[in-house]
Each structure stands twice: as structure tokens, then as C-alpha cells.
Design a protein around this ligand. Structure first.
Ligand code: ZN
Length: 128
């Protein structure tokens, strides 16, 4: 009896939507499963790896600084979300005022580091 009731209210979970089906089909699946076709959530590099920008982490912050002018790259180039971009900019300014980072030039120690993004090819289009 309980088996029949379970089959009557077999649930299929599709993302956030839970679909209830009423069927007496004994071959109907009776388990909850995630939607295999759900798209991967788009996240920026820092959110994806759960990295928090800190003014003492100069090696990370220097990735967001131009090696030629020392300028902080914009959001359209770095691909960061608004929250992380604002945090990175704030921490870079903090590191520069603490004397840990240069304002007009990137530290030559970090020239060989792998790049998080291609500065010559912006991730998102912009109006300039
Ligand atoms: Zn993010």
C-alpha cells in the first residue's frame, strides 16, 4: 500500500522547480535527481575559487594592474563581478598607500606570473 502511495506522488526535481506526477506506472522513477541539463552558474574568478582580495596579497592584486602604466584594469577586462572589482580596486589603493605596490609601475617580480585574463582582448564589450 505504501509503495503505491509513494509512486503516486513521485517527485522529480528540476532545478528550483519540483514537479509532482500522479502515475500508477510501476516503471516510473521514484527518486529525486538534479536537472542534468542545468547550466553552470557564471561566476568571476575570485568568486569561483572563493578568494578574498586583501591588501597584503600583493601577488594577486598585481594581476589586476597594467605592467606598463600601473593602472588598475577595468571590470570589462578583468571579468570580475561588481562587488569583487570594487573590493580589488579598494585593496590595491590600500596596498599602494601602504607602500606594498607601485602606483606607476608593476613590480618586476610579478611579470612572469600566469595571467588571469588577456588585457588586450576584453572579456566584455565596452563603449570606447
Ligand atoms: Zn564575483
Amino acid at each position: 500500500m505504501s509503495l503505491i502511495l509513494r509512486r503516486l506522488t513521485a517527485r522529480f526535481q528540476t532545478g528550483n522547480l519540483i514537479v509532482r506526477t500522479c502515475s500508477t506506472d510501476k516503471d516510473a522513477p521514484e527518486f529525486d535527481m538534479e536537472n542534468p541539463f542545468e547550466k553552470e552558474k557564471l561566476q568571476c574568478v575570485l568568486c569561483k575559487h572563493k578568494i578574498e582580495a586583501d591588501y597584503k596579497n600583493v601577488k594577486l592584486l598585481s594581476q589586476f594592474q597594467s605592467p606598463y602604466t600601473g593602472r588598475i584594469y577595468g571590470k570589462h577586462i578583468t571579468g570580475l563581478c561588481t562587488k569583487q572589482q570594487e573590493l580589488v580596486e579598494k585593496e590595491i589603493v590600500k596596498a599602494q598607500s601602504a607602500g606594498l605596490m607601485g602606483t606607476y609601475v608593476k613590480d618586476p617580480h610579478f611579470f612572469e606570473d600566469p595571467e588571469l585574463f588577456n588585457a588586450d582582448k576584453p572579456i566584455r564589450p565596452h563603449r570606447f
